[in-house]
Design a protein around this ligand. Structure first.
Ligand SMILES: *Cc1c(COP(=O)(O)O)cnc(C)c1O
Length: 419
């Protein structure tokens, strides 16, 4: 194998670490080789495909033109001419990089404009932006709770919520997924054991496309005088009026303390945002560590995000098209005989069961010119492997029909569909 040849070549030129290895000592990084091999042997190794085109309904992936049903580019903004133009013009005026962390000399008027515009868009008191949704969680959670406190966290919350929660040092108490009754049970069981409490849930859960029962969770949290936070990464630009998010969807304005969002999904760019109570936003400018110790997103990112807010505020056309596409595609998939799970959003799981089948299905789709990811254990529970289809406003009617044709063919070929 190639590895053997390299090993041989190395031993001929007698690299010191390989001599040591021959003497029976292990090279200090060989544990990584072992770990990587074990990932490959057990099928958990991440093989990453390379794109050679902008994001859109079609992609060039590993040199092949394919229909794209993988991206979080819900509104087709990642390559929208208005965003590209705004980014280009801003670079002419402000250059590229922010030059320093926000609190030293890296806050540009564009960053502040974006924060103002996001607060208005979300109909909240204030907003603060971060480098990513991931770092927004890492900033917010440790700023709100510490060692003497508890976090009540939905069992399926995103990795960045889990990491932010661990970083805070607070006790993490998980409640059953999307289960207000269990949430309240957990609160009662923990009564008297903490100083402050924070309830955190994803708004839209990205594996199944289901919504958090935010109205019920907030109602319970209010009864126990607890802080509330929702991470609406997959809801921003998707749910609520004109894509204003899950708080808007449930008409909970003013009742959720913190809304975390991302500019990397429906907004088509990159960056994170925290919107909500003005006190909390002010506190994050003082205590959010990724805000204080890491530079902000660049000029073109910020300008492109502003153009995305403009588009969303001007018209609901893109959000409406996204939902029309999702409803059409999901209804047709069910009519073909596929199980699309419990989705309430444009995230469309196609339930297949075993991970081997899901992987084979994804490979066959790719051969037929459709790019959609297979998800299996441990990302989703054992026996609930699936293809996840991400709909977008960028898809045309003919894209959707072509995709349905490919799903039908592969479904029949692999015996998932009868007849
Ligand atoms: C994608 C996602 C994030 C991370 O957002 P980035 O801006 O890409 O870092 C955080 N939380 C949830 C729930 C997400 O789905």
């Amino acid at each position: 194998s190639a590895e053997d040849i390299i090993q041989l070549a190395c031993s001929i030129i007698m690299l010191p670490h390989l001599i040591k290895a021959e003497e029976g000592m292990t090279y200090k990084l060989s544990w990584i080789d072992d770990e990587l091999k074990s990932l490959k042997d057990t099928g958990f190794y991440n093989s990453i495909r390379t794109l050679d085109s902008p994001q859109g309904a079609w992609l060039v992936v590993d040199g092949k033109k394919v229909l794209n049903f993988c991206s979080n580019n819900y509104l087709g903004l990642a390559n929208h001419p208005r965003l590209v133009q705004a980014a280009t013009e801003a670079m002419q005026k402000y250059g590229v990089g922010p030059g320093a962390v926000r609190s030293i000399a890296g806050t540009m008027s564009l960053h502040l404009q974006l924060e103002k515009r996001m607060a208005a868009f979300k109909k909240v008191e204030a907003a603060i932006t971060f480098q990513s949704g991931f770092s927004a969680n890492g900033a917010t959670i440790p700023a709100l709770v510490g060692k003497e406190d508890v976090i009540f966290s939905d069992a399926l919350n995103h990795a960045s919520i889990i990491d932010g929660s661990r970083l805070s040092g607070a006790k993490i108490i998980r409640f059953a997924h999307a289960d207000p009754v269990d949430f309240e049970k957990q609160i009662q069981a923990a009564a008297g054991t903490y100083r402050r409490a924070l309830m955190i849930t994803d708004g839209v859960f990205s594996m199944d496309g289901d919504l958090a029962p935010l109205d019920k969770l907030v109602e319970i949290a209010e009864r126990y005088d607890m802080m509330t936070m929702v991470d609406d990464a997959h809801g921003e630009g998707v749910v609520g009026e004109g894509g204003r998010g899950i708080v808007d969807h449930f008409h909970l304005h003013g009742r959720v303390d913190v809304e975390v969002g991302t500019f990397s999904k429906a907004f088509g760019v990159v960056g994170g945002v925290v919107a909500g109570n003005a006190r909390i936003i002010e506190w994050l400018r003082q205590r959010g560590r990724p805000f204080l110790f890491s530079s902000a997103v660049t000029v073109p990112d910020t300008a492109a995000c502003l153009a995305a807010v403009d588009l969303l505020e001007e018209s609901t056309e893109l959000v409406d098209r996204l939902w029309a596409n999702a409803r059409y595609f999901q209804a047709e998939m069910r009519r073909l005989g596929f199980d699309t799970g419990a989705t309430q959003t444009p995230i469309t799981p196609v339930m297949l069961g075993e991970v081997q089948l899901a992987r084979e299905f994804s490979r066959r789709l790719f051969d037929e010119g459709l790019f959609a990811m297979a998800l299996g254990f441990p990302t989703v529970p054992q026996g609930m492997a699936r293809i996840r289809v991400m709909l977008s406003a960028a898809h045309s009617q003919s894209d959707l029909d072509q995709a349905l044709g490919i799903f039908h063919k592969v479904g029949k070929d692999l015996g998932v569909l009868r007849g």
